[in-house]
Every structure is written in structure tokens, then in C-alpha cells.
Design a protein. Structure first.
Ligand SMILES: [Fe+2]
Length: 206
């Protein structure tokens, strides 16, 4: 039986992410890794989502250049998967609610999830991008969430905290239903994200 080349690429991404995340001594990262370990990611489980692009992908080269400095293996594995991602947007989001230009500057894809390369069992893992000078304002959801930015110069807040800059590689953990927001400065954002459970309810803006 021949192995699907896409499965090899996706496994390379997951191995690179896992390899780096295993260096963190962080209970929530361990939770993500434990849930990831429970997912069916064998070669036979690979799926081929219909590829889809978005305007925000204009910034992917710039983001990958920066991500190379953070983790070259991970950045390369994302570049290898680039033609295969199905970039998506949340249907409830529009420039009217999030500000002029937001929809041109926002998108996410699933690597594990209903629209991803492995279907996942109440577990999502993917990438999110924002263009420069965007404010993904306060929102919340029941799913516990990891953000792991691969680029720097972005600002994050949750609960009562003010927006604060976080470097590439910072672990950002959102408890269930905690209100949180992300803002970019002059540089675009590429971040890994994961919802570890309770994934059926989408994010809701405040
Ligand atoms: Fe979130």
C-alpha cells in the first residue's frame, strides 16, 4: 500500500509542533498534547479538504519568514502544506461588526477538525492569521483554547487584563468562556490554535 504524500506532510507538521511543545513545562500544553495523542492521525485516516484561500494569505510569506526564526522545522512544515489548507472565516463575522478591513485581514484553517486533514474527536487544531493593525475584539466560547503565536509583535488580553504584547512561542491559554481579544500592530500574525474539548459551540463576540 502506498502512503498518501499529504499524510506525510501533515504528520511532519504535527511532529514538529509536538516536538517543540514538549519542551514547555506547562500544564495546559500537556493537556493539548494529551488530547492530540488521543486523535486518530494514522496515515489511513487522512482526508483531503477542498483547498481554499483568502486575502489575508498575502501575509503568509512574511509570517513564515519570521516563524523560521522561532522554529524552522515547524515553519517549513507549514510552507509544505500551504497548497492544501482550507482557509475559512466565521460566518457571523463581518466588517460591520469587527471594523472596516477585518474580513480582508482574517482567516483560519483546521489541521485537525471537521474541515481539516484529520477529523478529530471534539478536538480542533489549526492556524489563524490576522493582517497588520487588526483588532479581533472581545469574544468567548466554552472550549478551552491554546494560542501559540509563531510571530511576534501581537497583543493579547483575557478577563480583566489589558492588552499586552506577547512574543513568538508564548503559550496563551483561555479558560472556558473567558473573554479574550487579540490585536496586531504593524506586523501580521500567524498562530497555531487548539480547542481541546466542547468544540460544538462557536465563538461569540461580546
Ligand atoms: Fe478564542
Amino acid at each position: 500500500m502506498s502512503i498518501d504524500p499529504l499524510a506525510i506532510k501533515v504528520r511532519a507538521f504535527l511532529d514538529a509542533a509536538r516536538h517543540r511543545l514538549e519542551t514547555y513545562n506547562h500544564a495546559n500544553v500537556e493537556e493539548v498534547l494529551a488530547r492530540l495523542g488521543e486523535q486518530a492521525t494514522g496515515f489511513e485516516a487522512i482526508r483531503h479538504p477542498e483547498p481554499g484561500s483568502l486575502p489575508v494569505l498575502t501575509y503568509l510569506d512574511q509570517c513564515l519568514d519570521e516563524a523560521m526564526h522561532f522554529d524552522a522545522a515547524l515553519a517549513r512544515s507549514i510552507a509544505d502544506l500551504r497548497p492544501h489548507f482550507q482557509w475559512r472565516q466565521s460566518k457571523a463575522y463581518s466588517d460591520a461588526v469587527l471594523g472596516t478591513g477585518f474580513i480582508e485581514n482574517y482567516g483560519w484553517c483546521e489541521i485537525i477538525g471537521p474541515n481539516g486533514f484529520f477529523s478529530g474527536d471534539d478536538f480542533l487544531l489549526g492556524l489563524l492569521m490576522l493582517g497588520p493593525h487588526q483588532h479581533y475584539r472581545d469574544h468567548f466560547h466554552p472550549a478551552p483554547e491554546l494560542y501559540w503565536p509563531l510571530t511576534s509583535e501581537t497583543e493579547w488580553r483575557m478577563g480583566d487584563e489589558p492588552l499586552a504584547p506577547k512574543a513568538a512561542g508564548t503559550v496563551i491559554w483561555h479558560r472556558p468562556n473567558v473573554v479574550h481579544a487579540t490585536r496586531t500592530r504593524g506586523a501580521p500574525l500567524l498562530t497555531l490554535w487548539s480547542w481541546t474539548r466542547d468544540t460544538a459551540t462557536p465563538a461569540q463576540l461580546l
